[in-house]
Design a protein around this ligand. Sequence first.
Ligand code: NAD
Length: 360
Amino acid sequence: MSKHILILAGDGIGPEIIRAAESVLSTINQKFSLGLTWEHGLLGGAAIDVHGQPYPDVTSAQAKQADAILLGAVGGPKWDGIERSIRPERGLLKIRSELNLFANLRPAILYPQLADASSLKPEIVSGLDILIVRELTGGIYFGQPRGIRELENGEKQGYNTDVYSESEIRRIAKVAFELAKLRGSKVCSVDKANVLEVTELWKQTVTELHQNDYQDVALSHMYVDNAAMQLVRAPKQFDVIVTGNLFGDILSDEAAMLTGSIGMLPSASLDEHGKGMYEPCHGSAPDIAGQNIANPLATILSVAMMLRYSFKEEQAAVAIEHAVGHVLDLGLRTADIYAEGLTQVGTEEMGQAIVNALNT
Ligand code: NAD
């Protein structure tokens, strides 16, 4: 049976990077006779403009039917002033939780051609290959109660709740251990167990699962403040990092910068059955939207992750990853990864270059 994809371009640079990724998707679909079909839908600000909601029912129905979702990015200043509960980013949180996309995989891989684009010395980052596994549907981003209340003295107070149950911790840790077995067999679980009870339980639960089922994988634990420091001091010590929603959000952006540009990093958000939403790690970059200068490679590499994790088409995934390497070898660079002596290209040209590389 053919597999169906829902494409949500979103806002800002979303439509531009998705156009480039879609041309790569068409090419790979033909080249490997994958039989994939797809349709488009609305999420975020684009959906608010049409339906008044960032994740309207029509998109929800499309998303539930699809086998995988490819997303650009959502949000932008146009919608910053509207009521918090219907802001574009809420649409993103809603689709993730409705589809139970609890496992967010963010690889931070340094392409050797981009070693100079990293803010760290080449010897510290060359060969870097980290996979951050972030819990995505729990923790403080979803915990209740939350809000801003007025105290008796008239002062306002903001509050959120960080909660994780054992089953939520176990299922994300399992994903991390399983993926580690396919890579360097090392998992570092990041917590703040010295201060937060919720992460004390996190640490205990990960340790128990390791003892029961994954003794063949090396497990270490690290406090989040130390992990943030170690990522810039000696990032190659890590193989798979597993952590909660908030810490994972921050650490994965930090890891992103080790690779030179956030414009290079794809991500996958998976449910328990391999259905997933695939998107670049970056946001909608309103500052460069509509200028044909955004880097589409993170989105194109997200297509590769989709082929690998949702459709088990490893060969096709690798073909895209090789094409990206080849185009970087040719010296083509978007503005964010450009260095003197190389050839600067726009979003569309970069997408076309990947298509050409796949066709040769
Ligand atoms: P951002 O990731 O959009 O941009 C940060 C910086 O990186 C900007 O200077 C931007 O120009 C640059 N950048 C990002 N992607 C790039 C690319 N592909 N090529 C070249 N440069 C790129 O983060 P932000 O500025 O904090 O947020 C902008 C908007 O995006 C906000 O509305 C935010 O809520 C939203 N956002 C959405 C998502 C998502 O959809 N998953 C994630 C993060 C932020």
